[in-house]
Design a protein. Structure first.
Length: 123
């Protein structure tokens, strides 16, 4: 087992995590629409900033913070081998990379690491 310094090299079983990854992509879209539709119905300006962040940016920051965790190396390796959920960092990054609204919210250009040129979409 590698030391914690090599933890980013940890690979998960894509076949095992596929269903949950799809659920994360679809769930993120649904969760995003609820507050955005409410704000639009209440005629709140989409670009209004609170504490320096727009509503869209605050949504994505909250989504990422939801998955903050500390995990020891042994637990990480066990999860990678048997857990149908991707590690928290992967759950966040892969979901937002496939969601155009994330890239738009933070002014990314398509093709950058966090704004995929060819994103996957759950329909």
């Amino acid at each position: 087992m590698p030391d914690p310094e090599h933890l980013p090299l940890l690979k998960v079983n894509g076949k095992l995590t596929l269903a949950e990854n799809n659920a994360n992509n679809g769930g993120l879209r649904i969760a995003y629409l609820a507050p955005m539709n409410t704000l639009a119905a209440q005629k709140h300006p989409a670009d209004e900033k609170i504490d320096g962040y727009t509503a869209s940016q605050r949504f994505f920051l909250s989504f990422a913070q939801l998955w903050c965790q500390n995990q020891n190396l042994r637990s990480a390796w066990q999860s990678a081998a048997a857990d149908p959920h991707s590690p928290a960092r992967g759950r966040v990054n892969s979901a937002v990379q496939n969601f155009d609204e994330f890239g738009k919210a933070f002014g990314c250009t398509k093709g950058q690491p966090m704004y995929a040129a060819n994103s996957c979409r759950v329909r």
